[in-house]
Design a protein around this ligand. Structure first.
Ligand SMILES: Cc1cc2nc3c(=O)[nH]c(=O)nc-3n(C[C@H](O)[C@H](O)[C@H](O)COP(=O)(O)O)c2cc1C
Length: 154
């Protein structure tokens, strides 16, 4: 069965909630889904990781959430090469932070692209100023993502 890993970076649980809410959509599309909080580089470089969704919020001044930072730093430092990886990215942020809006998601996107990974579709940026519950934006986005990227395997 096709495996989809959802890599989560969160402080207050919003990004994890998004991962949990969209999980059934991927299951209905025929994927086995694993949600990874505090992921390790090995989770990403494992042979069964060819399709991934990243749900990542931003803290500090455009920084990765604490539990996610070692993972992102490991990608940057160890430069594993991710040419086999296709991914989608949902960034959570708050536009009242100005220039650092969705900074972690944007940094991660650059980092993955720099390793040769291929983003499928556009990045979703969820603005807490506009969307109280991030799921409200994420669920329709994932439905459309599965459809437009032909990710249905069942
Ligand atoms: C201390 C703190 C710093 C933040 N810094 C940023 C930031 O630099 N850029 C941004 O877009 N959002 C920032 N945010 C907003 C969060 O990313 C946003 O509320 C997000 O929905 C939280 O998701 P979570 O529940 O998964 O942690 C910050 C929030 C807090 C509490």
């Amino acid at each position: 069965m096709s495996m989809l890993k959802i890599f989560v970076g969160t402080m207050y649980g919003g990004a994890l909630d998004v991962a949990e809410q969209v999980k059934p959509l991927f299951e209905e599309a025929g994927h086995e889904v694993a949600i990874l909080e505090n992921p390790s580089l090995a989770d990403l470089t494992a042979a069964d990781t060819d399709l991934a969704l990243f749900c990542v919020s931003t803290t500090g001044s455009g920084d990765y959430p604490g539990g996610f930072a070692p993972f992102a730093n490991a990608i940057a430092e160890q430069s594993p090469g991710l040419a086999a990886l296709r991914y989608g990215l949902i960034a959570l942020g708050d536009s009242s932070y100005g220039e650092t809006f969705c900074g972690a998601g944007r940094q991660l996107d650059d980092l993955l692209a720099g390793q040769g990974a291929l983003r499928l579709g556009e990045r979703l940026e969820v603005d807490a100023m506009e969307t109280f519950m991030a799921d409200d934006a994420a669920i329709p986005w994932v439905e459309e993502w599965i459809d437009s990227q032909q990710l249905k395997v069942a």
